[in-house]
Ligand binder design. Structure first.
Ligand code: ATP
Ligand code: MG
Length: 449
């Protein structure tokens, strides 16, 4: 790769100090005043140049981690793969990384690679230029120099930003092999920034996607969250499917989508609607619960297992419990799911029959459940997407939340005479079970079996 260092002076770019957070500035100044080099780098610079508000600020320096620690009382050293300094200001964290060097060449401590070319340890210090070359995409390798407010560009990142282009630095094939997660990152930035990928950066994903199967599932889970909880989840999901990467992360979900012969897969619609809602919530600064979206992703696969358990003679609720467990265990072979979230997913699923069949005795308990809100939102989503028959129930649950306790009790009391209602319900349920059996017999869920 031909390296041509370009320095873009303060007069030639639009990044002003005012747009950089006070905490990031404090870190940059302190490093500079102690005689070290200090640059803002990565997504922070990229987003500022695009006129966007950065999610976080990363700093690169020639100070070694221990030297950084010596300068800041509020510093924690973290990371095994990369040793990084975190400077903590309450909940705001400024990440400070020492320039990293090449994986091969003169360094005495070479980064370790496995036989596929994947880097398994990468803690070799280097120069600013070397640091730029080991970053992923040119638009992520721009350095804002706190000394003179210039931007240093070794890889053509300024031009690529202007042309809305995601271009891997160096030999694309080698770089994807070193770290296959870069494929997910390419997709994520294409979705987030609405950029195109350069030809090779684009095409090699189809060839090398399978390498993601060797990545630790915990890392894949982290990337998954970034993709779906970044405010551009719908676009990410669509691109992941186009690049055939989604099927590597969520094979059961992909199989469930493909069960449908036409474009009206209920699984697909549920996911897309959930992502539309998630993106809208994030756009208005509301929080999102990752367990909710995971529950959406695996809802239909879970159901397919449930029907199998029913076929094997389990009762509806027992089958639901077994299927929830089964589907989560299977998914964890592809992306890990922290216990806290898998518990929440199960609670959301298990609440669905309670919400669908409120009884005089149980309805108030369901309402008081700490996951009620998530379970109720899930019911509304199902209703909106492809279960119009749930409308009266959704309205009932919506109404009861607006009432005083005495009125809520009255609403529960009037849940008709239990005898008649449960009889009716049983008939309906039995009928539904029969249809499910029919569905399952023609279904091919076996991708992961
Ligand atoms: P975001 O807006 O999502 O934070 P970002 O570009 O800041 O985007 P980070 O994951 O925060 O992404 O990483 C910070 C920087 O570290 C990147 O801009 C890139 O220069 C470098 N980087 C991160 N992950 C990799 C990787 N897998 N390979 C090479 N460089 C990477
Ligand atoms: Mg970042």
């Amino acid at each position: 790769m031909k390296i041509k260092k370009r320095i873009v002076s303060r007069q030639e770019h639009l990044v002003s100090r005012d747009a950089i957070s006070d905490n990031a500035l404090k870190v940059l100044y302190r490093l500079k005043d102690a005689g070290y080099q200090a640059y803002l780098v990565g997504g922070g610079v990229r987003d500022l140049l695009l006129g966007e508000k950065p999610k976080d600020f990363d700093v690169a320096t020639d100070a070694h981690p221990d030297e950084v620690k010596g300068l800041f009382r509020n510093c924690r050293l973290i990371g095994r793969r990369f040793r990084l300094a975190h400077i903590l200001y309450g909940r705001d964290v400024i990440e400070v990384a020492t320039f990293r060097g090449p994986h091969e060449g003169e360094s005495t401590t070479r980064a370790d690679q496995n036989k596929e070319g994947r880097i398994t340890r990468d803690n070799v210090f280097g120069s600013l230029e070397e640091d730029a070359l080991r970053r992923d995409f040119s638009i992520n390798a721009l350095y804002y120099n706190i000394r003179d407010d210039s931007i240093v560009d070794f890889t053509g990142g300024m031009d690529d930003l202007q042309h809305k282009m995601i271009r891997m630095i160096g030999d694309t094939q080698t770089r994807y092999r070193e770290d296959p997660v870069r494929m997910l990152r390419a997709v994520r930035f294409a979705a987030k920034l609405n950029f195109q990928m350069e030809h090779q950066t684009n095409n090699l994903i189809f060839e090398l996607g399978d390498l993601l199967e060797d990545i630790p599932v915990a890392r894949l889970f982290d990337e998954t969250l970034k993709m779906f909880q970044g405010g551009y989840g719908l676009r990410c999901f669509q691109l992941l499917r186009e690049y055939r990467l989604f099927e590597l992360l969520f094979p059961m979900t992909e199989a469930s989508i493909n069960l449908s012969q036409d474009d009206h897969s209920a699984t697909l619609q549920l996911i897309e609607q959930a992502l539309i809602n998630t993106d809208a919530r994030i756009a208005t600064g509301k929080s999102v619960n990752p367990a909710f979206f995971l529950a959406v992703l695996l809802w239909h696969p879970m159901h397919e297992y449930k029907h199998r358990f029913i076929e094997r003679g389990q009762h509806e609720m027992e089958a639901l419990l077994s299927a929830s467990r089964e589907v989560i265990i299977r998914q964890q072979a592809h992306t890990s799911i922290p216990k806290r979230l898998s518990l929440m997913m199960r609670e959301i699923w298990h609440m669905q029959p309670q919400l669908q069949h409120p009884t005089r005795k149980r309805a108030l308990r369901t309402l008081a459940n700490k996951r009620f809100r998530a379970g109720y939102d899930f019911l509304l989503l199902r209703n909106k997407v492809d279960e119009p028959e749930l409308t009266p129930l959704c309205e009932w649950w919506t109404e009861i939340q607006t009432k005083k306790i005495s009125e809520q009790e009255a609403m529960c009391e009037s849940l008709t005479r239990p005898q008649k209602k449960s009889g009716k319900r049983k008939r309906r349920r039995r009928k539904k079970t029969v249809t499910h059996h029919a569905d399952v017999s023609s279904a091919n869920v076996g991708s992961s079996e």
